[in-house]
Design a protein around this ligand. Structure first.
Ligand code: BES
Ligand code: MN
Ligand code: ZN
Length: 484
């Protein structure tokens, strides 16, 4: 979809040739003398458009206007939740008409995050997955024009929102593809495609290179499958070589059956989404390609399948990680932490300013935080605060979780340096405590996106989270380095 931003002029709005003109208004609406605001004032006076977010009034071929449909959309007070509701309601109304071009005009200047939410909600609502349909029906809307009173004041925000959408859609696309259409090799190919953009480079390591690096934990997960593993290394070089990069590590389990500790059959299909962390890293690089900020970013993706076979790891097996620490694999379904720990060790070589790993790591995190906020674990207060702030500004929310050492008690074992599982209580935290052992040499944060990366049920599909959060985090770093 193509997004554009235009300045606002009530008189010319009437002559806007568009399939649908959506006019968003808040309770603060004051009418002017032009025809459109007189009409709105009459509608409000009549009581036919009550001041609640998502309430609509739809007019077909309004007199003296160039649009096919005029839709008055109430946004209540105009906060982000209300904007989301208003844009969803308007899109749901227009969806059956299959319009190609729509115009969204805001009578009152929205806040930066409200504009962000409007762009994101429209993109999200109109996205369709077609990759594995025999008769694909692609998304209808090709162009969305946003009209604001002061378009210049929000131009940078708008561009960032549009770039984030490109990243979110790439993440959704790969998240949604079934495991036989999204193998580690496919993900590596996508990374190679991204390296065609300016300032992006990529290296792909295969089984031999990974063995040479001594990534025994990552290899152990991959050994149950005939599908070869890939270790994807992406670089975005927007600043001098001397500028320490942020490293993003994405869990790339392209299918998680649980391995020998096999999962129950019900909903096992959803474990194709177990590479959503990896997809979010690819998505962030897609957004960086558009935004070209003056920072350095490294993306690391350990990608493989977790399957049972005669060669698969067994409960009780002990493996040696790249860090030298030995790990007793008590549950082969706790595989995410095994692939991540070697990627964390690998990230030491970049002497990073921060490392953030992103993973659909634990069912326990879904129980703790549901689908609203991702779990945030961090050893660094500045990093943690920056990620919370980025979550708020992008409305891609996260919530800080504890890392007390007492939570690591259950990871003790008689047979290795550490076990890969503790008991069920605090499962999201004990998983983070495991990872922390491999993240001692840099400021580190872990985002558990098990509850937020995809939706189940009728709306089953990847959400593209937390690409929005990560893009805002990185762009805020750029603003800071610009000032220094
Ligand atoms: N990929 C899963 C986590 C998951 C499960 C995400 C359900 C979303 C929904 C992960 O690899 C896993 O299986 N974790 C186990 C850990 C346990 C064995 C300690 C879990 O959460 O059950
Ligand atoms: Mn698992
Ligand atoms: Zn998993």
């Amino acid at each position: 979809m193509n997004f554009a931003l235009k300045p606002f002029d009530l008189r010319s709005l009437g002559s806007e040739k568009t399939d649908a003109l959506l006019v968003f208004l808040t309770s603060a609406f004051k009418h002017d003398k032009d025809a459109l605001s007189m009409l709105i004032a009459r509608v409000i006076k009549s009581g036919d458009l009550t001041p609640k977010a998502g309430n609509l009034l739809d007019i077909f071929r309004p007199d003296g206007m160039a649009c096919t449909r005029l839709v008055l959309v109430h946004m209540g007070e105009g906060n982000t939740t209300e904007v989301r509701r208003a844009v969803s309601a308007a899109f749901a109304l227009l969806k059956p008409a299959k319009y190609k071009a729509i115009t969204l005009s805001f009578l009152k200047q929205p806040s930066a995050s409200a504009l962000r939410v409007a762009v994101g909600t429209l993109a999200d609502a109109s996205y369709v997955f077609t990759a594995t349909k025999s008769k694909p029906e692609p998304r209808c809307i090709q162009k969305a024009i946003f009209v604001l009173p002061d378009e210049r004041a929000l131009r940078a925000e708008f561009d960032r929102a549009v770039a984030a959408v490109a990243g979110i859609e790439l993440a959704k696309e790969w998240g949604n593809r079934p495991a036989n259409h999204a193998t580690p090799t496919h993900l590596a190919h996508t990374a190679r495609e991204l390296a065609k953009f300016p300032k992006i480079k990529c290296d792909i390591l295969g089984p031999k290179e990974v063995a040479k690096l001594g990534m025994g934990a990552f290899q152990a997960v991959a050994q149950g499958s005939d599908e070869p593993l890939r270790f994807i290394v992406l670089h975005y070089n927007g600043a001098a070589k001397s500028s320490a990069p942020v490293v993003l590590v994405g869990k790339g389990i392209t299918f998680d059956s649980g391995g020998i500790s096999i999962k129950p059959a019900a909903e096992m299909d959803e474990m194709k989404f177990d590479m959503c962390g990896a997809a979010s890293v690819l998505g962030v690089f897609r957004a960086l390609a558009d935004l070209q900020p003056d920072i350095n970013v490294v993306g690391l993706i350990p990608a493989c399948e977790n399957l049972p076979s005669s060669r698969a790891i067994k409960p009780g097996d002990v493996v040696t990680s790249m860090s030298g620490q030995t790990i007793e694999i008590l549950n082969t379904d706790a595989e995410g932490r095994l692939v991540l720990c070697d990627a964390l060790t690998y990230s030491e070589r970049f002497q990073p300013r921060a490392v953030v790993d992103i993973a659909t790591l634990t069912g326990a995190c879904v129980i703790a935080l549901g689908a609203v906020r991702s779990g945030l674990f961090s050893t660094d207060e500045t990093l943690s605060a920056a990620l919370v702030k980025a979550g708020d500004s992008s409305q891609d929310l996260c919530w800080p979780m504890p890392l007390d050492d007492d939570y690591a008690e259950g990871l003790k074992t008689n047979f290795a340096d550490v076990a890969n599982v503790a008991g069920r209580p605090g499962g999201a935290i004990t998983a983070a405590k495991f990872l922390q052992r491999f993240a001692g040499k840099f400021p580190w944060a872990h985002l558990d996106i098990a509850g937020t990366a995809w939706k189940s049920g009728v709306a089953k599909g990847a959400t593209g989270r937390p690409v929005g959060l990560l893009v805002d985090y990185l762009m805020a770093l750029e603003a800071k380095s610009g000032k220094a």
